[in-house]
Design a protein around this ligand. Structure first.
Ligand code: MG
Length: 367
């Protein structure tokens, strides 16, 4: 079996809440997602998805996914999609960097491997650990009062993990953390994610001001060195996200004891194959994991569920159900949130079936 064609479809994903806002005034109201189909000579198609968090979060942008596929795709025609190690080597040899471009192809090839084996992707990734996967709810950046006012509604949806979007004015962020912390109940967990938005001195002020609050601090500053300095001056549990973009960075951060939790985003690392490598190393090293992606809809959510559900339960911190944030569904069979949790599907591959009427015609085809 070999790859016969690669197609991409473009889908707009508006948000139920209208917009999603985070550090530095960054905001997205309609996400631009690319759905990737890898078709084989056996007539099986596998499906992937890449959806950057706008063009200003990671070094990735929506049109860049499509441009990158046009560059990379021709190098993959004729290769076996089930030989994922060889396929990833091939992608890295043909295109330096650009992990997000490779992510959708790798995801689609895992779908093909699962369909060929007749097994869910989570089984191929190590097996289903536990009943379900605990989700967090991101709280878009608003005033302290508005953010605190959202907690009860999200809890009514079953969420018990709340990730505050901070990284703005440090005085307002201190008020945001304190206001939301007042809404917490026993068993809830609170994360303040600055998404690189604070300078080092601002981050130092915030962690000092909330030193008596039970809150995790996530990616306070832009550089790894700034984050490490903040980490060394606070007792709060600490999460790194944007800085952990490769296995090499994970190893450096582990040597420095720079974090307690790592946030793995599938497209940040270049696909399920490489995300699994980082995941498994974190499990061995005793580092907990948030397993998610930059953004997405039904297919990204399905891929997250398989990667997260096959991570040993004791090492999981949280995950995300992006398909419940957006108003458009483009595939049947994707996980649906149930009381703040989700589970990987039991069907072969990713367990999804695209709605071709929603996807429309492909925007590109490589043969
Ligand atoms: Mg984060």
């Amino acid at each position: 079996m070999s790859i016969r064609a690669i197609r991409a479809y473009q889908v707009d994903l508006p948000l139920h809440e209208g917009s999603y806002k985070w550090s530095g005034g960054k905001s997205v109201s309609v996400f631009d997602s690319t759905i990737i189909e890898v078709e084989t000579t056996d007539g099986i198609s596998g499906w992937g998805e890449v959806c950057p968090l706008g063009p200003f979060y990671l070094p990735a942008y929506a049109a860049g996914v499509r441009a990158g596929l046009l560059e990379l795709g021709p190098h993959l025609i004729g290769y076996d999609p089930c030989e994922l190690g060889i396929l990833n080597d091939r992608m890295d040899a043909a295109l330096q960097g650009h992990p997000y471009v490779k992510s959708g192809i790798d995801m689609a090839c895992w779908d093909i491997l699962g369909k060929t084996a007749g097994l869910p992707v989570c089984t191929l990734l190590g097996g289903r650990s536990g009943e379900d996967v605990t989700l967090y709810r991101a709280i878009s950046q608003e005033s302290p009062e508005e953010m605190a006012g959202k907690v009860a509604g999200y809890r009514a949806e079953g969420y018990r993990r709340f990730q505050l979007k901070v990284g703005g004015d440090p005085d307002v962020d201190i008020a945001r953390i304190k206001a939301v912390a007042k809404e917490l109940q026993p068993g809830d967990r609170l994360v303040a994610d600055a998404n690189t938005g604070w300078t080092q001195h601002e981050a130092m002020r915030v962690v000092l001001a909330v030193k008596d609050v039970d809150v995790y601090i996530e990616q306070p500053c832009r550089s790894y060195e700034e984050c490490l300095s903040v980490r060394r001056h606070t007792n709060h549990p600490f999460i790194l996200d944007e800085n952990i973009h490769s296995l090499e960075m994970l190893l450096q951060a582990q040597r420095d004891l720079a974090m307690d939790v790592v946030n793995i985003k599938i497209s940040k690392l270049g696909g399920i194959t490489k995300a699994r490598q980082v995941r498994d190393l974190c499990v061995t090293l005793g580092i907990a994991l948030t397993i998610e992606d930059s953004w997405g809809g039904d297919i990204v959510t399905a891929a997250i569920a398989h990667l997260a559900h096959s991570c040993p339960e004791a090492s999981r911190f949280t995950s995300t159900d992006f398909n419940s944030y957006v108003t458009v569904s483009f595939a049947d069979g994707a996980p649906q949130r149930d009381n703040g949790k989700m589970r990987a599907s039991f069907g072969p591959g990713l367990g999804i079936k695209p709605k071709m009427d929603v996807l429309g015609d492909p925007v590109l085809e490589i043969k």
